[in-house]
Design a protein around this ligand. Structure first.
Ligand code: RFL
Ligand code: PHB
Length: 396
């Protein structure tokens, strides 16, 4: 098989890339190890930055999002049993928080790509990347259905294969510098069949730690609580989960609305960046190159930002034949990545209870929250980061 860009992974990074390349007249094939049903059924992120929602519309894929997503003017922060509304729309000249689940975005991207003649090989696992630093790279893959090895020959390879995929390891270890921070807490996430409890997301830091109230649809709600990342989910009965959610989210005269819990799981929290993101004709994008803790709602958005850069550079090469523009890929992406890493770390440290913190640090976190309540420039900084920083024109 032959194509211009071989893409490993049909997550947000791989699928947005295929659409952007298609729009530029560049062919691609996506190799995805999971089935379409599994990709479309995995519950992950919920919040889109303003420009990502605009991009979905620009790509002609926004019809369902416009009908089904929730568009919020802001977010609510809660501490000391008090709530504070951060008016993101007012602070950013009218930008909104779009709550539209990642798997719904993926359904729209997959259907749209297939309708446009795009090629996605589901149930096909990339096993090895060959000749990344040559002019003739290829991806060796194996389809579940046949269990035989095949080759995808291409001009460029995009490894959009997530944190555990083989892409990053194909960059020689001596060329890679990896930065990592593991947090001493995780998130227990649930889906519950219940009506909306509050009109926007609530990020709470109460005595027992962090909780987040989010939504999926008018009758399905998404909620998270801080827990020990080593906890066994079996130790968390529904009753225990509701007790903790009430303890962290309820305020005087207001209580969360309960419903049956139909999905629950625990994820660890980490920050990770791999520098460089390129080796010859191999490019890493999305979680393959970086991870953020979910408190800033940045992971999916950052994956799309990477492939926005990559598609523009590949389009420039396609038009001019000048390969030297590709030298800008890593540095251009990393400028935005480190700002998202900073914001995600800041939201995480400010909003969680860390048993390793001293009382002094705990007081500092509450002072940071109070600064957002009382200082417009602090609130604006949070708002700008939350809805997505502007692009660094000329550099991205
Ligand atoms: P993905 O989504 O992991 O997709 C990678 C794909 O590659 C496939 N793959 C392979 N295919 C072929 N051959 C191989 N050898 C392969 N190895 C792997 C995998 O099957 C998969 O389909 O990476 P991508 O595209 O970089 O996208 C990243 C995002 O998924 C991730 O950052 C977000 O989900 C993070 N995240 C959030 N991001 C946001 O922007 N806003 C949020 O509100 C938000 N909330 C969250 C989140 C992540 C969470 N979890 C579960 C970690 C909330 C949570 C709880
Ligand atoms: C979600 O709805 O899953 C969600 C929302 C905001 C976050 C993280 C996850 O910061």
């Amino acid at each position: 098989m032959r194509t211009q860009v071989g893409i490993i992974g049909a997550g947000p990074a791989g699928l947005f890339l295929a659409h952007l390349l298609h729009r530029a007249g560049i062919s691609s094939v996506i190799i995805e190890s999971r089935s379409r049903e599994e990709v479309e059924g995995t519950v992950r992120a919920g919040v889109l930055e303003h420009w990502v929602a605009e991009l979905i519309k620009d790509l002609g894929l926004g019809e369902r999002m416009l009908r089904e997503a929730h568009f919020h003017d802001g977010i609510t922060l809660q501490w000391n049993r008090q709530r504070h509304h951060v008016d993101i729309a007012a602070l950013t000249g009218g930008k909104h928080v779009t709550v539209y689940p990642q798997h719904e975005v993926l359904k729209d991207l997959i259907a749209g790509l297939l309708a446009r003649g795009g090629e996605i090989l589901f149930g096909a696992r990339a096993a090895a990347i060959h000749g990344a630093d040559t002019e003739t790279p290829s991806v060796e893959f194996c389809r579940d259905a046949t269990n035989t090895s095949e080759m995808l020959h291409c001009d460029y390879i995009a490894a959009t294969d997530g944190f555990h995929g083989p892409g990053r390891q194909a960059i020689p270890a001596a060329k890679r510098v990896e930065y990592q921070k593991i947090y001493p807490f995780g998130w227990l996430g649930i889906l519950t069949k219940a009506p909306l409890s509050w009109h926007e997301l609530i990020y709470a830091n109460q005595q027992d730690g962090f909780a987040l109230l989010s939504t999926r649809s008018p009758d399905v709600q998404r909620m998270y609580i801080q827990c020990d990342p080593a906890d066994d989910i079996a130790a968390w009965s529904d009753a225990r989960i509701w007790d903790e959610l009430h303890a962290r989210l309820d305020t005087e005269g207001w209580a969360l609305t309960e419903g049956p819990i139909f999905q629950k799981g625990i994820i660890p929290l980490r920050s990770f960046v791999c520098e460089t993101m390129r080796h010859g004709r191999l490019f890493l994008a999305g979680d393959a190159a970086h991870i953020v803790p979910p408190t800033g709602a940045k992971g999916l958005n950052l994956a799309v930002a990477d492939v926005r850069v990559l598609s523009r550079l590949l389009d420039a090469v396609h038009k001019t034949g000048d390969l030297s523009v590709l030298d800008r890929y890593s540095a251009t992406c990393l400028r935005r990545i480190w700002k998202a890493e900073r914001f995600s770390w800041y939201m995480t440290t400010m909003l969680h209870k860390n048993d390793e913190d001293s009382d002094f640090e705990r007081r500092i976190h509450f002072a940071e929250l109070d600064l957002i309540r009382t200082s417009e420039s602090s609130a604006r900084s949070l708002a700008e980061n939350y809805v997505g920083l502007p692009f660094d024109n000329g550099h991205e």
